[in-house]
Design a protein around this ligand. Structure first.
Ligand code: 3PY
Ligand code: MG
Length: 248
């Protein structure tokens, strides 16, 4: 099978990612023994720092694709994550085609964009080779997770150079006024986003909180979902252990 995130997003039955918010490279190292389809590190709501992002990307991923969900759409955030070595950047809260186009441009070196050359890992791994291979390797994803984003999704999905779209289901529910109980309007918005992406051949992912929902969404035609998170596993596992201890 063809290596890389872009190819994985186009294979059936899609990519079941593990999501990491706790900022601990060792948790990713443990998770890699389970051979996940993809690792997503959350730099928006998670505890990662620039130093811990560099450290986690130094692990041997053995071909497992990596995505950084970024704090914002700045060229600083996009460039720093790519310098650390992630294959995919995922930019939150995108609401227009112009904003999506700016994200794509920030992720690629000239002449395709205006990413700045530098960083530590690109240099120690061979700077000219890094720059030459960056465009083919780099996958740019944006998140649709507001009512405004849904209204613009047909234009956003058609952005040249955009590699994938990802639905932030929690923010979308908050924006649509149906949090925490996603309703029919929320599901209709998700389907509009999926159809818009499929119409232009762009893989569409969706946030899910567990393996059952992740598998269901992949079956519905989504290209990427989230099968587990470090936070979710810890929040489920410790109470379960305490309950088992008490009832033993
Ligand atoms: C959301 O659901 O809003 C996300 O950003 C993914 O956690
Ligand atoms: Mg969100």
């Amino acid at each position: 099978t063809e290596p890389g995130l872009k190819a994985a997003l186009r294979r059936k039955p899609g990519v079941g990612a593990f999501w990491f918010a706790l900022g601990a490279p060792v948790l990713v190292e443990i998770a890699l023994t389970a051979k996940p389809d993809c690792v997503i590190i959350d730099l928006q709501h998670g505890l990662w720092t620039r130093v811990s992002v560099e450290a986690v990307l130094g692990l041997d991923f053995g071909g497992v694709p990596t995505i950084a969900r970024l704090a914002d759409d700045t060229h600083t955030a996009i460039g720093a994550a790519l310098d650390a070595g992630v294959e995919g950047v995922l930019i939150p809260l995108v609401e227009s085609a112009a904003q999506a186009a700016a994200c794509v441009a920030a992720a690629h070196y000239p002449p395709h964009g205006h990413r700045s050359g530098g960083g530590i890992r690109p240099v120690i791994q061979g700077f000219p080779g890094h720059v030459a291979g960056a465009r083919a390797r780099t996958a740019v994803g944006i998140m649709i997770e507001t009512a405004a984003g849904v209204e613009a999704v047909e234009a956003i999905a058609a952005t040249p150079g955009l590699d994938f779209v990802f639905i932030g289901t929690n923010d979308l529910a908050i924006s649509l006024g149906c949090f925490p109980q996603a309703d029919a309007g929320h599901e209709a918005a998700c389907q509009r986003i999926l159809r818009a992406c499929q119409a232009v051949g762009v893989p569409c992912g969706i946030f899910t909180g567990n393996a059952t929902d992740a598998a269901r969404r992949l079956g519905e035609g989504y290209a990427l979902s989230v099968a587990a998170s470090d936070l979710g596993l810890a929040m489920a596992g410790f109470p379960a252990a305490k309950a088992a201890l008490t009832s033993a």
